[in-house]
Each structure stands twice: as structure tokens, then as C-alpha cells.
Design a protein around this ligand. Sequence first.
Ligand SMILES: Cc1cc2nc3c(=O)[nH]c(=O)nc-3n(C[C@H](O)[C@H](O)[C@H](O)COP(=O)(O)OP(=O)(O)OC[C@H]3O[C@@H](n4cnc5c(N)ncnc54)[C@H](O)[C@@H]3O)c2cc1C
Length: 584
Amino acid sequence: MTYRAPTRDLAFALSEVAGLGQLRGLEPFAGFDPETLEAVLDGAGRFAEGVLAPLNRSGDLEGARFENGRVFAAAGFADAFRRYGEGGWNGLAADPEYGGQGLPRAAALAAFEFVHAANMSFGLCPTLSEAAMHCLAAHGSASQKAIYLPKLVSGEWTGTMNLTEAQSGSDLALVRSRAEPDGNGGYKLFGQKIFITWGDHDCADNIAHLVLARLPDAPDGVKGISLFLAPKLLVDGAGKIGAANALRALSIEHKLGIHASPTCVMAFEGALAELVGQPNQGLAQMFTMMNAARLNVGMQGVGIAERAYQQALAFSLERRQGRSPWASEYPARIFDQPDVRRMLMLMKAKIEAARAICLSTAVAADVAEHSSDAAAREAARLREELFVPIAKAWSTDVGVEVASLGLQVHGGMGFIEETGAAQYYRDARIAPIYEGTNGIQAIDLAGRKLALANGAAVAQLLADMRETATQLRAQKLDAIAPPLDAGIAALERATRAMLDKKGTAAALAAATPYLELAGDVAGGWMHAKAALAASKLESDYGKSKIALAEFYAAHVLAPAPGRLAAIESGAGAFAAITPSQLGA
Ligand SMILES: Cc1cc2nc3c(=O)[nH]c(=O)nc-3n(C[C@H](O)[C@H](O)[C@H](O)COP(=O)(O)OP(=O)(O)OC[C@H]3O[C@@H](n4cnc5c(N)ncnc54)[C@H](O)[C@@H]3O)c2cc1C
């Protein structure tokens, strides 16, 4: 089925829910007006529909190839990547000094949804490049920026993130790759990295690898990790490409999904590299890159969910089975079967909640970076920090849940590869795993983020939610206000419980149910804002937003406080369980 970019929903979510208006008046965005946003969304939508979506199925079937030590992307990907770069899509939010368009990150993230929805495997390549740009812009030297950023922005080169090693996944303190001074002010890298996304390919002239490794005599653990930049082909001081560097892909993985995205085992065999930033600060620097990438991965969840939803909706209008209380003809469209319509509503309601959470996080990131008001910058930074783990984990869980519902709507045909629904499910499944598993995101939220500014970040969030609930009551949106009130009260109680347990096993055990509750309630808050804006619209579109908000209130918000039991019981039920009791 073809993909149709939901540009109107994105524009609505950005303007009416995520608070894009906060960027008005910020100096770097002086030229960013509603017409520009419309042009960006329309252009990105057309590119995704016309160029990327047609390669999604063929890319899944063909996959990336490893032949004679080289990695080849599936047919059509190199050309699509060239066109993507030429269209300026790589550099939407990048600094104009390096060829970027200097648009808000929120606008770039919105455009990314279309890319991920159309072709998640493809979207990973610019996702990693964008993260690399972000990292170099923040921590690179003047010459690293001057040489690498224009090439990454134009798409002539791509970027990768080399963290994971066989013994070092979630726990990067275990990284063993090492860097030795090369005697010329640079370094030689040795070690093996696994699972490196787009680690090698034939779609660009060069690849900039950002690599975590240890300097000689570096302290153990995370405090001894440094960040290096090693190009696939060596680059001289003028940015000219030369001989091959001493690094290569050893193989690519055979995976459940995202078959067209090459996932490489990379060997660094004395590869010449430059240090990025300060020695032993690699992890902190990499976090700049990871935050941007985490938000982008959250948007992958939204994109793949939207794609699955569109296909399920179309199928539900064609497939006929049984009698329906809502239709006179027999057999009725399954769209008219109440349980199928419930699934479709759940899919769309969760997508819109997750989309708005991700976009709100991006708006906060833009304000945090560019506001001239220090207090506004700090408040936005706290909101961004608090929301990143929710945006990543909750939205990618939504991606899997919605893709699974998409299969269910198809019945048996969903399980058959030809329909394409199965691919979305397979592709969606990686997003809760990479960029920090969702379990690690939950621990980050419960441990570090709740404590931000002595709890002021989460307190402000709860206050903002309550303010919206007050507005709901004033507008007589009575189906939404009580479940939102109950959700906020539950989140407040859960937050207190988590802060009381901070640093204990009980807090670690309750972290995921806490993140799920926070996501459910934040999603309800987003729907409430959408309903408030929609109540001013006298249109079917406005009515649909209110219907979705009411649905979400009844089906997601109302049961959400049920998570309190798991949060408050902490590790109680399973702290003492042994492997043998569990059947090992
Ligand atoms: C397709 C794909 C692409 C990838 N791309 C990249 C890439 O480009 N660059 C890169 O560097 N890496 C990449 N990765 C690696 C990815 O980021 C890791 O797989 C991920 O961080 C998890 O690490 P792990 O696989 O070692 O799992 P583990 O860390 O072994 O985790 C296994 C399970 O234990 C849980 N767990 C582990 N530690 C804790 C803890 N302290 N507390 C609670 N739970 C814990 C995890 O949540 C998980 O459920 C990719 C992986 C895949 C599969």
C-alpha cells in the first residue's frame, strides 16, 4: 500500500499541541513562518511518498549485501540518498554556516517522521549522520567542523556511532577498544565494534565514524572513555579524500527487520583518528549525540506506527466480514465492526499522543538552545531532559504495539508477508532496543531525570498538566477532564514514591511501570491540548481530534493509574525469586 504523509496532522501537532509558537521571536528562527513550515512538510512528504516509500518493500526483500569485504545497499538506495542530500533534507536543522538551513529541530523532526514511515531502513542513515553533525558541532575542533560538517550536511559523507562491543552493550564502562598516539598528534584505533548501523555502504563518498575508545593509562570505567573521529577514507587538511583508512566491515548481521539497513561488525586495525573534545570525556560528548538520536528514534516509533495504521485503515475499508450494528449491508466492512474500529482508534490515538510528545521535546530543545532569556532556556532544558527518555521509550513501544494492532486488523492476511503489515511489525521491533534499551531509558527517567533541579522539572510538568485540566473543565470537555485529573494525581503519587525509593532496587524495579504511567499521562495531556484547540474548529477535522482525545481518555488514561500498584510495590514481589524458582 502507498504511504501518504500526514502533513496536516503534523502541522496541527506542532502548532496546536507542541507549542511551536514558543519559537516565534527567537533570533535564529526569524524567517521561519507558517508558510515555510508548510513548504518543508509538503516537500518532505512528497519525497517520502514518491522516492522512499517505493523502496521500502524491495529493500526489505533484497536487504543490504556483504560481498568481498564490501557492503552494498539495496537497489535504489544510493540514488535516493543522493537525491535526499541534494534536496537539502540532511541539513534542515543544521547551521547555515555549514550549508544547513537553520530551521528548528522540531520542524526537522516532523519531516523525519515521514522519512521513517516511508522507509525506516533508509531513515537510519540520515539519523546517524544528523547525530554525528550534532556531536561535532558541539564538541569538534574548528578544523573538524570545517571539514566534516559541510560534507555531512550535503550528504556527500555519512556518519556513524561506534559504541557497542561484544562485551559492552548497555554498560559502556566495559568498552575495550583502544587508541594509541600515532606520533603525529593523532591516534591509531584498535578494536572491534558490533551492530554498527550503516557502518559501511556504497551510498556516499566517505563515512565519518565516531568511535568510543580508551587512551593508554585511561582510568577504568566510564571515566576513561574518549571519543574519536575516524574516516573510512583518509582526509587531508583541505578536506580532500585520500587512501583507505585501516578500518573495515567484517560482516553484516541477518536481522528480524530493517533488512535494508546494514548493521556491521567493524574492525579498527590501527585506523588513523582524531580525538574529539577532551580526553576521557567521550561518554558525556557522545550523550549529546545520543539525546538527538534518542528523540529521532522515538519519532521512528511514530513513523512506523503511522505507516501500519494507514495500511490497516485501508484494509478495514476493503475487507468484509459478518454483520455490523453500524451498517445495513451484509457482509459489512470490518471498519464497521466495533472491535476493529476500537483497534483503529487506539492506533491513531496512541500515534497522535506519541507524535506530540516527540515534537514537544524538540520544541523544548530549540528553546533551550536559542532563547535569549536564560530562565526560559533553563526551563526548556529541564523539559527536554525529562521528556527525552519518555519520547524514546514510550513512542517506540507505541510503534511496536500499533504495528501489532495493524497485523490484528488484517487477520490472517497480516501474518502473510505479501500484505506488508508484517514488515512494519518486524521493523518496529528494534526501536525499543537500540539507542539505550527502553529499560535503560526508564532507569534514566526514574533515577537522573526525576531528581533534576531537585524535583522542580517534574513538579513544573505536573503544574502545566493541571493548568490544561483546568482549561478542559472551563471548556466543558467533560469526557476528558476527570480521567486526566486522575492520571495527573496518579503520576504525582507515583513520582513521590519513586523519589522516596531513589537509589534502591525497588526504584529500579518500578522504573518501567513509572515510565509507562508518565507516557500514558503525558499522552493524555497532549490529547487534552489538541481537544482544546479543536473545540475552536467547526470542522470534521476538529471533531475527529475531540473524538480521539475522548477515546484516549477512556481507553488509555482511565486505566493508567492501575500502574500505581506495580510502582508502589517496587521489587517486593520478585526481589527474592531465584532462577530455579523460575524454572531454570
Ligand atoms: C539493529 C541494531 C542496530 C544498532 N546500531 C548501533 C549503532 O549504530 N551503534 C552502536 O554503538 N550500537 C548499535 N546497536 C547496539 C544497541 O545499541 C545495543 O544492542 C543496545 O544498547 C543494548 O545492548 P545489548 O544488545 O548488549 O544488550 P544488553 O545490554 O546485554 O541488555 C540485555 C537486556 O538487559 C537489560 N539490561 C542491561 N543492563 C541493565 C541494567 N543496568 N539495568 C536494567 N536492565 C539492564 C536491557 O534493557 C536488555 O533488556 C544496534 C543494535 C542493533 C540490534
